[in-house]
Design a protein around this ligand. Structure first.
Ligand SMILES: [Fe+2]
Ligand SMILES: [Fe+2]
Length: 253
């Protein structure tokens, strides 16, 4: 039965102080996974020298790496530079986009985008009022549309994963103060997920949230390292799973 081992982590918040730990973590994941997915906030403050710490660690891997960026990676307004650093190291950066690599002879569809704020029932940011607020609403709308398009494009792939930084569900935010949930993600992102029902959804950002959640029958995991309390978690996706929703927790690194 063809399966793919996905090592996932978010919120590395790399800087020079944690270089040794990150280097060690990536060293351990090589050989334990077929592909690595990074769920954003790779850097502490979005500085290029911090991203160099990440790519030096990625150089230890012999498997492909896909990543979205997080809000910390945007902080210094150097996203283009950071993206170039990642791409030159062979890391594929997903932003309102998708990829369909062949891994272990299986096509893995990866729909990825940072996502954005917007809130959840009871705390939603409306499309109303000041232009700046409506701009935030519209920006999230672009992510929702892009995620829908990406999932449409990978619909035929036997295994499909969504990679986000912000959360598309409240179920993985439990533990965070409810007063900040509006800034941790939005259920507007769950529309495309409910429609296309991928095998697995991964996100980060909510450092004090909950590891395992769901959108309907679709498993969602908050892979922020602070939540996992480990450097990576390995998910095994199985193409022979009964209903096509084949995410199994197999191993940790
Ligand atoms: Fe973070
Ligand atoms: Fe974040």
């Amino acid at each position: 039965m063809p399966c793919i081992r996905i090592a996932a982590a978010g919120d590395l918040h790399a800087d020079l102080r944690v270089r040794a730990r990150i280097d060690d973590a990536f060293g351990h994941v090589d050989g334990a996974a077929d592909v690595v997915l990074l769920a954003g906030d790779l850097t502490a403050h979005g500085e290029p020298h911090e991203m160099e710490v990440v790519v030096e660690a990625c150089a230890r891997l012999n498997v492909p790496v896909y990543s979205v960026l997080g809000n910390h990676d945007y902080h210094a307004d150097k996203v283009d530079e950071l993206t170039t650093i990642l791409e030159q190291a062979g890391v594929v950066v997903l932003e309102r986009s998708w990829e369909t690599p062949s891994i272990n002879g299986v096509t893995l569809g990866i729909a990825g985008t940072k996502g954005f704020v917007g809130g959840f029932p009871g705390s939603t940011l409306p499309d109303f009022g000041e232009p700046l607020l409506r701009e935030v609403y519209a920006e999230t709308g672009k992510d929702v549309a892009a995620l829908d398009r990406a999932l449409e494009e990978i619909d035929e792939c036997p295994l499909r994963v969504v990679l986000l930084h912000y959360s598309p569900t409240m179920s993985t935010l439990v533990g965070e103060p409810e007063s900040i949930w509006t800034y941790l993600g939005t259920n507007r992102l769950d529309g495309p997920i409910q429609k296309h029902r991928p095998d697995l959804v991964l996100h980060g950002h909510a450092h004090a949230g909950t590891f395992a959640g769901a959108i309907g029958t679709v498993p969602v995991y908050n892979v922020a390292v602070h939540v996992m309390r480990r450097d990576f978690f390995v998910f095994e996706l199985d193409t022979d799973a009964p209903d096509g929703h084949g995410a199994h927790l197999e191993a940790t690194v």
